[in-house]
Write a protein that binds this ligand. Structure first.
Ligand code: CP
Length: 530
């Protein structure tokens, strides 16, 4: 049977489906038992055992656990393990990430493990190096593993966290009640949980952090869309007072140094809200476990060191599990295990099949004078974009019409914009441009991307020759004047890598960057002009 894992990249936790992750966890359990019992036969079933199989670590940010557990996992496989000396590499001479990784791909390296503060980097590299492999007839397409990208995701940490939770509830996937405590704003390990915890059938999450460290609203939204029950508490003390307290607590390190002087002045108060104290011990249920991705801060640990020798300590085993999880992940991507996976192929959305520019039959009759909107007169030839921003205030409609006019390059032509009020009492905008206009399919796509839910009339000889209604495109891409507004994203122009922006529509009609996941309104994705 074909191995669905072979050569796959793991950029975000969702790159592996729920069933694929469940399969991985069962394999981790199998390998962990084999290693503990020194069962060489089972271990050899996982081992890649190929000294030419190149696994390359590129850590552009510091790491101990992720880097060293991957290095030890790679050694288990008897693979060729390399590490890029980032502080002395040509990246520091202004070489692009694409050039660096393309070249390393050509040196017989099949799996790259990359940590960077640039969000979405491995997704971009997996696309770019895949094309390089084809151009250069490499016998493989390199796979990428995101070992943590800025504030975005840390999918292998998510895998080892999920495995440890499951280990502690006898591999029961039916339910989890988890408290997330600490710096939920910066912590990429908790951001990965917004989708990661979907591996459980039912999820209740308690978010415990003061306002300054609370999880970004976009991740809370994802949790809610995923059907999680989400509760919010400003401090551990207030959480314990609620009377409904999880038996699994996941702490993260406060990254206050990233938050500027105003926050640093409050650091003692903020730390206090998310630090566990001895007097809390009688308030938690027997069997409670604490977890932490580590490192803890040596002066200000939010799980104090006096708890290390107690039954609460789940974080030490969690860190050890990191190596087992990463051993299995490398086995899967190398194609050594996975051919017995029986999960169904995941539904891949075909974005080409959704039509969002609908051609409608123009009405035969020329409209009577009395039906014209106030102040608007018919044009003999030209285009009329109608129903813009229906319902918004006149000033919002005018701002939006300025954006449409500039995106469609209509600023220099004659014509005008008008705000009218319909018989339903709602405002709407109309742009009209007299002249000879030929609109290509690409022009119509731009119109839909900047003015969804409008009507375009193409007028010739005083008649509407053709008419289109626009809907929100399922993805917006392939326009040079788009950009993700997250400066940490690989596709933001400030990173200088020339990565074209790509956005996917969310359930609530916003647009999510394909690389870093930042959510934008359809108006925000266009570059400022002028
Ligand atoms: N948990 C984790 O990512 O640790 P490191 O930063 O040491 O890799």
């Amino acid at each position: 049977m074909a191995n669905v894992f072979k050569g796959r990249s793991l950029n975000v936790i969702e790159d592996f489906s729920i069933n694929e992750r469940r399969y991985l966890f069962r394999k981790v359990m199998e390998l962990k038992k084999a290693i503990v019992c020194n069962d060489e036969e089972t271990m050899s079933g996982f081992r890649v055992d190929d000294p030419d199989f190149g696994i390359y670590e590129v850590f552009l940010e510091d790491s101990t656990r992720t880097k060293e557990s991957f290095r030890n996992a790679a050694k288990f496989h008897h693979a060729k393990v390399s590490e890029l000396m980032c502080s002395s590499s040509s990246i520091n001479k202004g070489e692009s990430f694409a050039d660096t990784f393309n070249m390393l791909s050509g040196y017989s390296n099949r799996i790259f493990i990359v940590r960077s503060k640039v969000e979405g980097l491995t997704k971009w590299l997996s696309e770019e190096c895949g094309e390089y492999a084809v151009r250069n007839a490499l016998p493989y397409k390199p796979a990428f593993i995101n070992a943590g990208d800025g504030k975005h995701e840390h999918p292998t940490q998510e895998l080892l966290d999920e495995f440890t939770f499951l280990e502690d509830q006898d591999m029961d996937f039916s339910h989890i009640h988890l408290a997330l405590v600490g710096d939920l704003y910066h912590g990429r390990t908790v951001h990965s949980k917004a989708d990661g915890l979907k591996v459980f059938d039912s999820v209740k999450v308690d978010l415990i952090a003061p306002e300054e460290l609370m999880m970004p609203e976009s991740y809370i939204e994802i949790m809610k869309e995923n059907g999680f029950e989400v509760r919010i508490f400003p401090s551990i003390a207030e959480y314990l007072a609620s009377g409904d307290v999880a038996k699994m607590w996941y702490f993260t390190r406060p990254q206050l140094e990233r938050m500027g002087e105003r926050i640093l002045q409050k650091q003692d108060i903020l730390r206090d809200a998310i630090t566990f104290k001895e007097q809390f011990l009688p308030l938690i249920a027997p069997g409670t476990k604490f977890y932490h991705p580590l490192p803890r801060h040596k002066e200000h640990p939010t799980i104090p060191t006096f708890l290390d020798k107690t039954e609460l300590n789940g974080w030490e085993r969690q860190a050890i599990n990191g190596m087992y999880v990463r051993m299995v992940l490398l086995s899967l991507i190398a194609g050594k295990v996975g051919s017995d996976y029986e999960g169904c192929a995941e539904d891949v959305k075909d974005y080409r099949s959704e039509e969002y520019i609908i051609s409608v039959k123009p009405q035969d009759n020329v409209r009577k004078e009395k039906n014209y909107s106030e102040g608007v007169r018919p044009i003999e030839n030209g285009i009329v974009i109608d129903h813009i921003c229906k319902g918004d205030s006149p000033s919002e409609i005018r701002n939006h019409m300025r954006l449409i006019s500039s995106v469609l390059n209509l600023d220099e032509s004659k014509g005008g914009e008008w705000v009218s009020r319909g018989s339903d009492g709602k405002y709407k905008g109309i742009i009209f441009r007299p002249g000879d206009y030929e609109l290509s399919r690409k022009d119509l796509k731009r119109l839909a991307a900047v003015a969804p839910h409008c009507t375009l009339n193409i007028v010739r000889n005083s008649k509407v020759e053709s008419k289109f209604r626009t809907h929100m495109p399922p993805r917006i891409y392939n326009f040079s004047d788009l950009s993700c507004k997250n400066e940490a994203c690989i596709s933001n122009p400030c990173n200088g890598e020339g990565v074209p922006a790509v956005f996917f529509r969310t359930q609530d009609d916003k647009y999510r960057c394909a690389y870093c996941g930042k959510v934008h309104s359809f108006k925000e994705i266009w570059n400022k002009r002028g």
